[in-house]
Design a protein around this ligand. Structure first.
Ligand code: HEC
Length: 84
């Protein structure tokens, strides 16, 4: 039980750990078209990245499960680091 809690809490603020899965499809710096389909995220505006990720939470997109596990704060952080 203790261990489950630890695993749940430690990564919360480790930016590179929660975006490592994203990088498998979007590229290290979000410079790729994920699955040949997405926009190139690092060319999008910060505001658009945020909107898209909030939208995906309730969408039918392949992005749903990834977006759902992000907090609002994490979404803002991703948009600020990789958006224009
Ligand atoms: C399995 C591959 C995959 C993973 C993992 C993945 N994505 Fe995506 N992502 C996609 C695809 C495919 C699209 C286009 C989806 C669509 O339009 O429905 C997309 C779209 C997006 C978009 C919007 C770009 C657009 O085309 O509108 C953003 C922002 C994004 N992803 C961020 C992330 C973040 C942040 C993570 C990690 C939490 C992540 N993605 C993980 C495949 C992936």
């Amino acid at each position: 039980m203790k261990y489950i809690l630890l695993f749940a809490l430690i990564p919360i603020n480790l930016f590179s750990s929660y975006i490592s899965i994203c990088r498998q499809c979007h590229g290290k710096n979000f410079e790729k078209r994920a699955l040949g389909k997405s926009k190139i995220v690092n060319q999008m505006k910060k505001e658009d990245i945020k909107k898209r990720l909030m939208y995906f939470k309730t969408s039918n997109s392949i992005m749903k499960s990834y977006a759902s596990s992000l907090s609002k704060k994490q979404i803002e952080q991703i948009a600020n680091v990789f958006g224009r």
